[in-house]
Design a binder for this molecule. Sequence first.
Ligand code: ADP
Ligand code: ADP
Length: 222
Amino acid sequence: MIRFEHVFKRYPERGEALSDVSFEMNVGEMAFLTGHSGAGKSTLLRLLGLLERPTRGQVVVHGRNLASLPRGQIPFHRRQVGMIFQDYRLLPDRSVFDNVALPLVVAGLPHKDIGRRVRAALDQVGLLKRERATPSALSGGEQQRVGIARAVVARPPVLLADEPTGNLDPDLSREIFELFERFHAVGVTLLIATHDLSLVRSMSHRTFTLHDGRLVKDSGGH
Ligand code: ADP
Ligand code: ADP
């Protein structure tokens, strides 16, 4: 369901961020993406989330080639792919509820469905009781769980996370990874960029390694 075919991404001022990257992921697979800082992990995720387009090659998600997806279908694609960031990217002056509701509001869902879906998502991340709080009242781990609730609230089949535990201590990081495993268990496809090799090793999932924009290793989990 996710396929990269000879993908290149070149930034005019920086040269190639991705060079000839090819791989496939199946529906429901959970995989990690590792590599040094600047290796191209964020770039790869941004191509999948359609925040950017490849310079060359094909990125195919659910049989759609993102490189030639008509502009009008971009919002539909974005709803199929939930994204989670290292710095959470929450709206600081809005409540937890409003932050999580945002993708559904943008999608134009009826008001009554929004409340039900937001509470289901907050329940999944264990934050049902904090819906009225603003992000600044929450710990880092809680803020990331709000970020995850926002990413899953529209029930996307694919979740992408870019260094989701980069600002969290080891215990909180493990909790976040356990949350990802629960989405994996219900059939969500996950690709998680991380530096946290000890967590990666403890979890036995497929692991992709990028080095200077090239996919240098693809070790199967089991
Ligand atoms: P990683 O996530 O592995 O740290 P990135 O994908 O962020 O790597 O970066 C890969 C390379 O592309 C780096 O050399 C980086 O400087 C460059 N790069 C990333 N984003 C941009 C951008 N928007 N404009 C120019 N260069 C970029
Ligand atoms: P409904 O819309 O039928 O009320 P919920 O939103 O309460 O359903 O979610 C039901 C369950 O579906 C969740 O608890 C979760 O385990 C599962 N689920 C399936 N796909 C996803 C997804 N992409 N993101 C989050 N949960 C999902």
